[in-house]
Design a protein around this ligand. Structure first.
Ligand SMILES: [Zn+2]
Length: 85
């Protein structure tokens, strides 16, 4: 995992200001447009737009998100962590 500093972008769901991203796929590259992001505050899955600002997923992207066991695991971990705090 590697954490990358990003320009601030608000979660489309909860409005949290996010300014960093950590990839969890074993790769160490920075996020690219079209990559999915899980909000560390509310576990909402958004998509990095062309300028790396977070946006809601399209219907087709949402269908892919719903099939991703990796994203579901990350969302579960965020939800567990927020319940403990
Ligand atoms: Zn959020």
């Amino acid at each position: 995992m590697a954490t990358h500093d990003l320009l601030p972008s608000r979660c489309p769901n909860c409005g949290r200001r996010n300014n960093a991203a950590t990839n969890v796929d074993g790769d160490h590259h920075a996020p690219e447009p079209g990559a999915a992001a899980v909000c560390i505050s509310c576990a909402y899955v958004s998509i990095y737009g062309s300028n790396l600002q977070l946006r809601p997923p399209t219907g087709a992207e949402l269908a892919l998100i719903n099939q991703s066991s990796t994203l579901h695991s990350i969302q579960g971990a965020v939800i567990d962590a927020t319940r403990r705090n």
